[in-house]
Design a protein around this ligand. Structure first.
Ligand code: AMP
Length: 214
């Protein structure tokens, strides 16, 4: 198994780039945010815990994430390539990932830090609209659906994610700066960090990220 990690602030476009690159290469796009939102929809015990953190813009406890990634590696084909979008988000999760990778013979190939200035992040998060059914993501200005407010893929009504509301966004950016941004130094020190400019449109950003993956 080969693992690529996409790092970047909320709104950096990790999910959009991962979806495009996965569609083009056959890699698996693993969005821990989407997996957690599925747990919330199922109202499972882990989902109830996850919701209480997600709604405040805080991180969900590490053991829930470790369980999800462990199950994923357990079920994966040996020749699978994964793009991890949103995991790890803390140094503790990076250590957990190292252990899981070693246990399952997975190689962490590279971490791509998708870099976007804060004013653009804020604009993106405010205009983001997602499909609550299939998880597709759009933007009212830069990536509008064909029909306003309707998902191109499954035809359901698009919504503003609860955690994209302004108060929650502020906290998510603080949590990112404090807990997730230090991961760039962590991966740089072991020679596994590449940087990609994510400030352009979705196609440009995906091209930059794909080039950084090598
Ligand atoms: P995302 O879709 O990646 O923006 O994630 C949405 C929310 O899910 C985050 O703000 C966190 O509350 C939670 N989340 C996603 N991935 C993780 C993770 N690796 N660790 C903890 N919480 C996470």
């Amino acid at each position: 198994m080969r693992v690529f990690i996409f790092l970047g602030a909320p709104g950096a476009g990790k999910g959009t780039a991962a979806a495009k690159i996965a569609a083009a290469t056959g890699a698996w796009h693993v969005s821990t945010g989407a997996m957690l939102r599925d747990l919330v929809r199922e109202n499972s015990p882990a989902g109830i815990v996850a919701k209480s953190h997600i709604d405040k813009g805080e991180l969900v406890p590490d053991h829930i994430l470790a369980g999800m990634i462990g199950e994923l590696f357990e079920a994966a084909e040996k020749d699978a390539t994964f793009i991890l979008d949103g995991f790890p988000r803390t140094i503790a999760q990076a250590e957990e990932l190292d252990g899981l990778a070693a246990a399952h013979g997975a190689e962490i190939v590279k971490t791509i830090n998708i870099e976007v200035p804060e004013d653009i992040l804020l604009k993106r998060l405010g205009g983001r609209r997602v499909c609550p059914v299939c998880g597709a993501s759009f933007h009212v200005e830069s990536l509008p659906p064909k029909q306003p407010g309707i998902c191109d893929i499954c035809g359901n009504d698009l919504v503003l994610r609860d955690d994209d509301k302004p108060e929650t966004v502020k906290n998510r950016l603080l949590v990112y700066a404090e807990k997730t941004a230090p991961l760039t130094g962590w991966y740089e020190r072991i020679g596994k960090l590449a940087r990609a400019d994510g400030s352009g449109n979705a196609d440009e950003a995906a091209r930059n990220v794909a080039a950084a993956m090598g």
